[in-house]
Design a protein around this ligand. Structure first.
Ligand SMILES: Cc1cc2nc3c(=O)[nH]c(=O)nc-3n(C[C@H](O)[C@H](O)[C@H](O)COP(=O)(O)OP(=O)(O)OC[C@H]3O[C@@H](n4cnc5c(N)ncnc54)[C@H](O)[C@@H]3O)c2cc1C
Length: 399
């Protein structure tokens, strides 16, 4: 039995460093390294002890992560599985589901997507019309989901479907963990204005899901969805991610090589430079760096960026009001993104409409085209404000 939650920070730091120094071996296969971290409970230290974790706080997990980086070891898989599905399993999953899905995400590289939005059920998720009918030891799913990011790349979908058409809309729902690669599921990519096709429409025609993969009780899908929404907002906080690879990796490749690939990608991204840097370059190129109005807008953006950093830091070190930090961070990111986009396009003047090779900065133009998605994905700005008003400030409910 491990109980590190009561360790002081320097004892935890020593313990984590000692473990990583003794155990990190770049010659191990990536899969074997993930397995070693999970079995010895150092991969996801915030997970409960029963499930390959140590029950540590986010702030304590950050200490472990820092020590792992100091030693230069590869982190465990990041992404939706460990940050979003895991807390849902802790709250609603059976032991069998926790064993299979947590292990799958932590060690076997399972990828997961969110199958919630439908053409007529986005903000109003409880209006889901995808139909699930019991058929022996399985359920049969028919209907469609939309805006499903990564549905073409995953092993499982977190799926909300209606199982009782007579019950009030919030009570007739059930939550499933469905295998994606099967004949009853067709995934069609949707082209975005950036030119990418990162999300999809997914069609279900009598797709199968085992009764053992209902998450929570039948008819209790709304409670599970609420857990999903609470954790989805928190997953925008960088502290919720362990820092290992996002997406599928070759588990047979050595852990050292996987780490090198990650580091190369990270340095290519920083050579591609952050948006703040690109914006400063555009302002300089435009010759408007001395314009007081432009300087004032730049200063405002810098202040917003700093406030966002402080909010995220606060969520790691203090006990914030429940439910407040996720929506505030998300709204701050949307607001900062809009401010950066507008200033970058304004200083370019008419050439701000160019994209690709003709653009002054194709990276900035891509960012500008992608910017609206931040105010929509994971709950729109209006929905975040409703949440803060009703759940945090206690104002009257949205009629
Ligand atoms: C990049 C991206 C990735 C996404 N990935 C996924 C994914 O992987 N899985 C998934 O299931 N979904 C995904 N989505 C869908 C996303 O969750 C929905 O688009 C979002 O919840 C809004 O739903 P909607 O598009 O149906 O808009 P609607 O709900 O129809 O809203 C339309 C407008 O009405 C406003 N509105 C609606 N209700 C209210 C209200 N009560 N009060 C005030 N204003 C309101 C909204 O703010 C919005 O401006 C993704 C979206 C984007 C942009």
């Amino acid at each position: 039995m491990v109980d590190d939650s009561a360790l002081n920070d320097s004892a935890l730091k020593r313990q984590a460093r000692t473990w990583y120094e003794a155990n990190w071996d770049p010659a191990l296969s990536t899969g074997a390294w993930f397995r070693r971290m999970a079995e010895q409970r150092w991969g996801y230290p915030t997970w409960p002890e029963q499930w390959w974790g140590r029950g540590l706080s986010l702030a304590q997990a950050k200490i472990v992560r820092q020590e792992r980086r100091r030693v230069g070891a590869l982190g465990p898989p990041s992404g939706i599985g460990p940050t979003l599905l895991a807390p849902m399993l802790f709250e609603h999953g059976t032991d069998d589901q926790c064993r299979r899905f947590l292990w799958g995400c932590a060690v076997e590289g399972w990828q997961v997507c969110q199958m919630l939005s439908e053409p007529d059920a986005g903000s109003d998720l409880a209006n889901a019309q995808a139909r699930a009918e019991r058929d022996g030891e399985e359920w049969s799913i028919t209907g469609s989901k939309i805006w499903t990011s990564g549905a073409d790349l995953v092993d499982h979908g977190m799926l909300l479907a209606r199982t009782d058409w007579d019950a009030p809309k919030h009570r007739g729902l059930t939550f499933f963990l469905i295998e994606r690669d099967q004949p009853g599921i067709e995934v069609r990519p949707l082209r975005q204005m950036t030119g990418d096709a990162r999300f999809n429409q997914v069609f279900f025609d009598r797709a199968r899901v085992s009764a053992a993969d209902v998450l929570g009780a039948e008819g209790d899908g709304w409670a599970v969805t609420r857990t999903f929404l609470a954790n989805e907002k928190n997953s925008y906080n960088p502290a919720a991610h362990e820092g290992g690879p996002f997406g599928r990796v070759d588990l047979d490749r050595s852990a050292g090589e996987t780490l090198e690939v990650l580091q190369r990608r990270a340095s290519a991204a920083s050579a591609g430079r952050g948006i703040g840097r690109l914006l400063a370059d555009l302002v300089a190129q435009s010759g408007r760096g001395a314009d007081p109005l432009v300087r004032q807008r730049l200063a405002r953006l810098w202040i917003r960026r700093s406030l966002l950093n402080y909010t995220n830091q606060r969520s790691r070190t203090a006990a914030p009001r429940p439910g407040a930090v996720g929506p505030i961070s998300k709204l701050s990111v949307s607001d900062l993104t809009r401010g950066q986009r507008d200033l970058g396009l304004d200083v370019q003047g008419p050439s701000g409409v160019l994209v690709g090779e003709q653009a002054r900065s194709s990276a900035f133009q891509y960012f500008a085209l992608n910017s609206p998605s931040l105010s929509i994905a994971g709950g729109t700005d209006e929905i975040q404000r409703n949440h803060l008003a009703e759940k945090v400030l206690g104002l009257p409910r949205d009629p």
